[in-house]
Design a binder for this molecule. Structure first.
Ligand SMILES: Nc1ncnc2c1ncn2[C@@H]1O[C@H](COP(=O)(O)OP(=O)(O)OP(=O)(O)O)[C@@H](O)[C@H]1O
Ligand SMILES: [Mg+2]
Length: 378
């Protein structure tokens, strides 16, 4: 059986493109169709970034070709997701960050609540959804992203771009990573002042060859100190997500984190709060939930502060183990954890899209004086 491109396109014309009143061929969603013998490859682009939307489109195309053209056709569908937001050009003091669409800071008030774990798993899930993702590990006290991506021993090489020497981020599982940990000795605590850290981070952004990124996630150190102010001063952050456990002491610090981003002089949109370690589930009794840090504390905090609640991640031994061996838990396909991270990531993407629809791009701020912290002036 020899398949013909025209027959395939005709069949695909019966599938409507969501919300556009057109079919997927007219709307331009079908980018390419290649046929040979009984095989067909269809390349399409969709706007909806969810995995369900991708799967649904894929299934619909396969079914339509089988029904209308040839029931035994061997079909490959390549689905690409368009960048989620209207392109936001991040600029810093007149300097654009070429190719980086959205910078999302992951913060908490309290340490050890799971910022790095959440960052790693968000990155993996975004990448699985078809986005181009990078992580900048900004934790000068304890950079943990290199361990979580199993690239501890790696060192970035340089690449020549337009006559300039640039740092090449290390790529692992499709995610580009740069970390302060690549430039320090393991186990050596680096105590840097905010301006020094900001300078190092600036180099990792502007003197690095990130290429095109839909999302650059920044894993921040714990707290709300001058290092955070320096980072926000120098980078146009699209929005921040705050991670907290349901525990009272963590919530109090999370609240400070939200307040820090929202204060007038900083004004970085808070995309929402993530509840990590929401409850403990033992592997052998997955139905059992133990609310060891209290129940729904972060959810209630989000309601009180009128910021979106982005989702909850349980406390599961395999999340910790996955982090330690350098293969984030979201990579374990078909598991409830993969699903939990998918739900969370979809909510984050949705909030980024909403934020970009509603607000102008964040500008790098200039802090001159700030009560209670050392001010940074350039
Ligand atoms: N949902 C979870 N289930 C099980 N273990 C978790 C979970 N989230 C985080 N952990 C574990 O808790 C520890 C702290 O997590 P992580 O390093 O991500 O926190 P952090 O907020 O980045 O810490 P720091 O403030 O030091 O940067 C790690 O050992 C991690 O593997
Ligand atoms: Mg961390």
């Amino acid at each position: 059986m020899k398949l013909h491109k025209q027959d395939i396109l005709k069949a695909l014309e019966s599938i409507s493109a969501p919300g556009e009143g057109q079919n997927m061929v007219e709307s331009g969603a079908v980018k390419n169709v290649v046929t040979f013998a009984d095989e067909v490859i269809v390349d399409i682009t969709i706007n909806n970034p969810t995995l369900q939307a991708k799967k649904k489109t894929e299934v619909e195309i396969m079914k339509t070709i089988h029904d209308k053209v040839y029931e035994k056709a061997k079909i490959t569908v390549n689905v690409k997701v368009d960048a989620p937001a209207k392109p936001v050009t991040n600029t810093i003091k007149g300097k654009a960050i070429p190719g980086i669409q959205n910078i999302v800071a992951v913060a908490s008030g309290k340490g050890g609540v799971g910022k790095s774990t959440v960052t790693a798993n968000l990155a993996i899930t975004l990448s699985k959804m078809g986005f181009k993702v990078g992580i900048l590990d900004a934790d000068i006290y304890g950079p943990s992203i290199p361990i979580m991506f199993d690239v501890e021993a790696e060192r970035p090489t340089t690449v020549n771009v337009d006559g300039k020497s640039k740092m090449r981020p290390i790529e692992s599982y499709g995610v580009k990573v740069l970390s302060i940990g690549f430039f320090t000795q393991p186990g050596q605590a680096v105590v840097w002042r905010g301006p020094m850290a900001a300078k190092a981070l600036n180099q990792m952004i502007f003197d690095a060859h990130w290429g095109e990124l839909d999302f650059l996630l920044i894993d921040l150190p714990p707290g709300t100190g001058d290092i955070h102010l320096s980072i926000m001063q120098s980078l146009p952050i699209t929005g921040a997500v705050i991670v907290s456990t349901p525990q009272k002491v963590a919530l109090a610090d999370a609240q400070k984190g939200v307040a820090m981003f929202q204060q007038d002089s900083i004004n970085v949109p808070v995309l929402g709060i993530i509840e990590n370690m929401a409850y403990f589930t033992p592997a052998e009794l997955p139905e059992n939930k133990y609310y060891i840090f209290g129940q729904e504390g972060a959810k209630h905090l989000a309601e009180d502060l009128k910021v979106p609640f982005l989702g909850e991640i349980p406390l599961v031994q395999s999340i910790r183990e996955a982090g330690d061996i350098g293969r984030p838990a979201a990579m374990q396909t078909g598991t409830p954890l993969e699903h939990a991270f998918e739900k969370l990531t979809q909510n984050v993407v949705q909030e980024v899209v909403r934020r970009n629809d509603d607000l102008p791009p964040t500008e790098a701020i200039k802090i001159t004086t700030m009560a209670g912290c050392s001010a940074v002036k350039k």
